[in-house]
Design a protein around this ligand. Sequence first.
Ligand SMILES: NC(=O)c1ccc[n+]([C@@H]2O[C@H](COP(=O)([O-])OP(=O)(O)OC[C@H]3O[C@@H](n4cnc5c(N)ncnc54)[C@H](OP(=O)(O)O)[C@@H]3O)[C@@H](O)[C@H]2O)c1
Length: 297
Amino acid sequence: MNKKILLTGADGQLGQSILRESSKFPSFTFIPTDQHNLDITNPQEVNSELDKIKPDYIINTAAYTNVDSAESDYDTALAINSTAVHNLAVECKKRGIFLVHFSTDYVFSGEKKEPYNTHDKCAPLNVYGKTKWLGEQAINTIAPQGKIIRTSWLFSIFNRNFVKTIIEKASAHKEIRVISDQLGQPTSAHDLAYFTLFSILQSKNDKMDTIHFSNQGACSWYELAKEIVEEYYRLNLLDYMPRVMSTSTNELTQKATRPAMSVLSTKKTEDVYNIVIRDWRSSLSDVLITLSFSRMK
Ligand SMILES: NC(=O)c1ccc[n+]([C@@H]2O[C@H](COP(=O)([O-])OP(=O)(O)OC[C@H]3O[C@@H](n4cnc5c(N)ncnc54)[C@H](OP(=O)(O)O)[C@@H]3O)[C@@H](O)[C@H]2O)c1
């Protein structure tokens, strides 16, 4: 019999990417939900949905993800990223449901000079990172079966994200300014979605564990923006090649402080699952090509 996956936050970037990959995993039945029909901060709603569906797995992509807004909206961010996650973990433990949850490179302070390992000390710099870190701790304390997958700098064909913002800016302006002193790993939500479902297929009775999934290769937002613009121009989707100018964090007024270096080591993930994660440039190219097709329609 097919295994049932309850997906939360299904209208989000990763949620939609998981649904897009779902046809490659015919042994799973997906029950997509988002906050209009399953608000994860409402324990009664969660319990009655779990009673009704009796899922084998929960994939929790629901989250408060606006890093700057979170600075002045601590209570909401905490409710979604931590309290609700605590409740999901309790119910998963009680009901024997396998929980897959996502966290972020922003749990780290960015002081390290090398890629962060899963066991490195977490010391988030902003409210978003703190509430996500509290969510991780809640899961680890309750310890249902499952995985916490930390990822970074997601992009995809869905919703608003950095790649789509740069395309918009490049289409409207001849010059754009982008931060060059924050280093991380752009990650395709499509690659992460495929890996997530693949990893569930491999799972047996896994004890809760934290792993990292990001595309290979580190870069700055500036380098990422340059690659987006150049590739988009190569695809003949821009009439001119906009100039991408480098700027520094100090020159911008971002509400939330971000780590200067939040590259995640994915060695453990690649070893455990016997996979090679591809470079972000290759994944970016796929996303830009797909976006260019939708522009032609
Ligand atoms: N995006 C990134 O760059 C990034 C980087 C590192 C880690 N992550 C993590 O990856 C995961 C997926 O991120 P994403 O980019 O897909 O985020 P996203 O696009 O913002 O999607 C999150 C979804 O959760 C929904 N949601 C918010 N509150 C909810 C609630 N109370 N109940 C149910 N659903 C609710 C949102 O609905 P509304 O839109 O209506 O609020 C949205 O559809 C998150 O755990 C995030 O922390 C993301």
